[in-house]
Design a protein around this ligand. Structure first.
Ligand code: SF4
Length: 435
């Protein structure tokens, strides 16, 4: 059945370790809304904009952006080493999927957009594959990152990951590392760049933990590098043990800080800041226009305030694609107040977001994380690709990180102070951070 699988950060592995097959939630009652008519009116006022702005997502899914991102240099290629791949991008992009294997679309509950894909393959080596189709992150991680331009193999890999509970982003990061290990003669039996058939077989073995090497690969790139040692650390692309999402911080430089400071490891959604270096505007947050993509100025502060906002999106279960349809923080305030019956202003809601971010950071500090973990893989700090949409750019990391800590009012070691936690009514967690 088509649908989304919650694979990120290894939830499938956690469930497997606990021998937990599934969690089923059922209910027959609707939650009550404090001001139902006000909510309906507020949604009606903007829903047309949202549907209009997301027509492209409905037509071709999020993978419809593959070619544009390739032109910008944002599409990661060959384990983040290559800068240009136009023919390959054309073969795995969303419109190609629409023309070939798409059989349906699906939407999250109540959404009129329906950016989800349903695909089916009737013949050839991948015959019988049916289910959710690759989204942008999947098309990039399992496709361009590994130079795999066979869309049917890609759909098959996606199906294997969804069925076995693997995160497609991490799976792509691991496959790309395995391919580079073959190139460097560290694992000569590994899959070759672009070999989709071998990738499908290896993913099945990883998911089932069949054999010594697939079992190691299932541990993710950080542990693979620890096991292989030496050069392998240079091409294990992760932050805090989580493989990177598919937006290149050498193009959208704010994501260097968004990824590095994300509490769960490299995550493009905790700040969603690349959108505000492309199209996004939020005057109420001090972002009247998109910021220039490749410069440091204003980025540290922007990432901090966007993380506060996105913590609210995540807690309220709002889709971040609303932002493409001119959805503003003020709309969130209006909707959330109508649902809850509260009357918080924007500053009040953002304070809640700030409290969430600081509590998460305090948990990380308690577990031993600090500034030393707020890093970017060396390849993304120093490797110029020399071709494509951003051939020479590197993220100005140190300046942005210092600006970010200052905007957060954290110590030079990147942790909230006990005083700040008290100010945010998080006093009970003050002994989790260094005094
Ligand atoms: S809620 Fe968002 S992710 Fe879900 S179908 Fe609608 S636009 Fe797509």
């Amino acid at each position: 059945r088509a649908g989304r699988a919650i694979g990120r950060t290894g939830l499938g592995a956690v469930m497997g370790a606990k021998r937990l097959k599934a969690i089923v939630a059922r209910g027959s009652q609707h939650p009550s809304l404090a001001r139902a008519e006000a909510l309906r009116e507020a949604v009606r006022a903007i829903i047309g904009n949202i549907v209009e702005a997301l027509q492209g997502y409905r037509a071709n899914g999020t993978a419809g952006g593959v070619q544009n991102y390739e032109r910008l240099g944002n599409l990661p290629l060959k384990n983040w080493r290559q800068g240009s791949w136009p023919e390959g991008a054309a073969r795995i992009t969303g419109s190609r999927m629409t023309e070939t294997i798409l059989v349906g679309r699906y939407a999250c509950g109540g959404c009129p957009v329906g950016c989800g894909r349903e695909v089916a393959i009737e013949s050839g080596p991948h015959a019988g594959v049916r289910g959710g189709g690759p989204e942008y992150e999947t098309a990039a991680a399992l496709g361009s990152l590994c130079l795999i331009d066979d869309l049917e193999a890609l759909a098959h890999m996606n199906e294997v990951c969804n069925r076995l509970g693997l995160d497609t982003i991490s799976a792509g990061g691991v496959l790309a590392m395995a391919m580079e290990a073959r190139e460097r003669s560290i694992w000569p039996e590994g899959p070759a760049w672009g070999d989709g058939e071998a990738a499908v077989r290896l993913l099945e073995q990883i998911g089932r933990r069949e054999g010594e090497m697939p079992t190691l690969l299932g541990e993710g790139v950080r542990r693979i590098a620890e096991a292989w040692g030496g050069l392998a650390r240079e091409f294990a692309i992760h932050i805090k043990g989580l493989e990177l999402p598919m937006h290149d911080p050498r193009v959208y430089v704010s994501q260097a800080i968004g990824y590095a400071t994300s509490t769960r490891g490299a995550c493009h959604l905790q700040a969603f800041c690349h959108f505000y270096e492309r199209l996004g505007r939020a005057p109420a947050l001090g972002i009247p226009e998109p910021l220039p993509r490749e410069t440091a100025e204003g980025k540290g502060k922007m990432v901090a305030v966007l993380q506060n906002l996105m913590a609210l999106f995540d807690s309220l279960k709002l889709c971040k694609f609303l932002l493409l349809g001119s959805f503003q923080p003020e709309h969130l305030v209006e909707w959330a107040n109508a649902v809850t019956g509260w009357d918080h202003d924007l500053a009040g809601w953002l304070r809640t977001g700030e409290r969430i971010c600081n509590l998460r950071r305090a948990i990380n500090a308690r577990l031993g994380a600090s500034r030393a973990d707020d890093i970017l893989p060396m390849r993304l700090l120093v490797h110029r690709r020399g071709e494509g949409g951003a051939p020479d750019n590197l993220p100005p990391f140190g300046q942005m990180l210092a600006d970010y800590y200052a905007a957060r009012r954290w110590s030079e070691f990147g942790v909230p102070t006990p005083e700040l936690l008290r100010e945010l009514d998080l006093e009970e967690y003050a002994d989790w951070v260094p005094a």
